[in-house]
Design a protein around this ligand. Structure first.
Ligand SMILES: Cc1cc2nc3c(=O)[nH]c(=O)nc-3n(C[C@H](O)[C@H](O)[C@H](O)COP(=O)(O)OP(=O)(O)OC[C@H]3O[C@@H](n4cnc5c(N)ncnc54)[C@H](O)[C@@H]3O)c2cc1C
Length: 427
């Protein structure tokens, strides 16, 4: 039986391991921390006993490969699905607006949803509709090198529209402002989200903490398929001879009994144990996401989540026993004290959701400094593919060339593709 070592137990590495083991390949998964999930996991908050995520994750109906993986590992019931797109928004007067597809057939349902979204003026709604019609027939080569902001200017999207619509969509989808993000990538995901049927445009949120949602089912699947998982083991060095990885040196041992190797670790980690001139030239700028978990004495919020219009806090997620505020594109908060961030957010959401210091029981701020990379126009051409120059060594991870931003879906696609090369090799 052929053996593959997978380095990294984030969702990319888990995906590779799942597909390889399903194909009857002997898999050994090596993870440096004491848990699976990488940048998408949950844990017990010691002060309250609540299970909280390191950062709230939103999936979409267009996450085809992630949903396939979830079905395979028996985790699809751990998600909350929408029948049609529905996003409640609050403005700074606590007024609720819904961007909601109607019950009509697609794409009329989305069109009517947009026409009913009264945050936008009539001329702005028409402007968005014209934008999407042009997008459906657009040639992505015309967007090469442009930022989203440059593209929006070119398409005469008004300032109000950019602020109360496009900035929210761009920051939500790319964790980057319109000023930096690639127009080409944004166009490609807008097509996937809104031009591929009703289901693709719906939002999906985990029912449970992320670790229960997919890490545990993935671990159970792997153990059933006799995959060995080693925790708290750091890969430190690869020994390469005759264009093939012969030995993996870890913090615990030296591994030689393998045929293939997949790395599913972030780029800076890969650079530490694999020297490659092309990789050395790539530097992806990180973008932080800050989550502020707040336990309230009484929670009056009715919806599962809210987008906030024209606010430094982008989302409120309602978990019943606590709420989570999410700030994306948050590099400006990296050096701020957690208490300062909490106070700043409380001041902000007072206007949106009548939450004040007196109503708070407890809070916890989590800064994920390297949540995603910033997908600038330049990064699009730099991301490496799955194959390396080394014949038995493949790359996975959300930062590899998936043609998607750093997302669960990108990571899953990368992990499946790496496994696919190995499975094909053995056929
Ligand atoms: C706060 C936050 C919010 C997010 N929100 C969303 C969202 O709403 N929707 C969405 O789709 N995506 C979201 N993302 C992005 C998503 O989480 C990532 O794209 C995805 O989890 C990346 O998975 P990965 O497997 O490629 O990498 P990682 O998750 O980084 O996995 C890499 C793994 O490798 C391990 N490792 C590192 N070094 C070594 C070593 N030397 N040896 C062995 N193992 C090692 C790490 O411990 C880690 O487990 C968010 C991310 C964050 C942080």
């Amino acid at each position: 039986m052929k053996k593959c070592v997978v380095i990294g137990g984030g969702i990319a590495g888990l995906t590779s391991a799942v597909y390889l083991s399903k194909s009857g390949i002997n898999v050994e998964l090596i993870e440096s921390s004491n848990k699976l999930g990488g940048r998408a996991y949950s844990f017990k908050d010691t002060a309250t006993g609540s299970i909280i995520d390191n950062g709230q994750h939103i999936l979409m109906g267009c996450y085809e490969e992630t949903l396939k993986l979830f079905r395979l590992i028996n985790a699809e019931d751990n998600l909350i699905y929408q029948d049609r797109l529905s996003i409640p928004f609050l403005n700074s007067n606590s007024k609720l607006y819904k961007l909601e597809a109607t019950k009509l057939f697609y794409p009329l349902n989305l069109l009517m949803g947009l026409l009913n979204y009264n945050v936008l003026k009539f001329e702005d709604k028409v402007s968005v509709i014209v934008f999407f019609i042009k997008l459906a027939f657009s040639n992505k080569n015309k967007l090469k090198g442009l930022t989203v902001e440059e593209w929006l200017f070119r398409e005469n999207q008004s300032e109000n529209l950019r602020k109360s619509f496009w900035e929210i969509v761009c920051v939500g989808a790319l964790n980057s402002s319109t000023k930096k993000a690639s127009a080409e990538l944004f166009a490609s995901i807008l097509k996937k989200m809104f031009l591929h049927g009703n289901e693709a445009s719906t939002l999906i949120i985990p029912k449970l903490g992320l670790s229960e949602t997919y890490c545990k089912p993935a671990e159970e699947f792997l153990l059933k398929n006799e995959t060995s998982i080693s925790f708290s083991e750091n890969v430190l060095e690869l020994v390469i001879q005759n264009n093939s990885v012969k030995k993996i040196i870890t913090s615990k041992r030296e591994i030689e009994d393998f045929d293939y190797l997949i790395s599913a670790v972030p780029l800076p980690v890969l650079k530490k144990f694999y020297t490659d001139n092309e990789l050395a030239k790539i530097n992806l700028e990180n973008s932080c996401i800050v989550s502020i978990h707040i336990w309230l004495k009484e929670n009056y919020l009715n919806e599962k989540f809210y987008g906030l219009i024209d606010s430094s806090v982008h989302w409120i997620f309602n978990h019943g026993d606590h709420i989570t505020l999410v700030i994306s594109d948050a590099n400006y908060l990296v050096d701020k004290e957690k208490e300062e961030i909490y106070k700043m957010c409380l001041e902000e959401i007072k206007k949106y959701a009548s939450i004040s210091e007196e109503t708070v029981k407890h809070y916890k701020v989590i800064k994920e400094k390297r949540a995603t990379f910033i997908p600038t126009p330049e990064t699009l051409t730099k991301r490496p593919g799955t194959k390396t120059k080394i014949t038995n060594f493949f790359l996975a991870g959300d930062w590899t060339d998936t043609r998607l931003p750093a997302t669960l879906e990108g990571a899953v696609i990368s992990g499946k593709k790496a496994a696919g090369y190995i499975i094909k090799n053995l056929e």
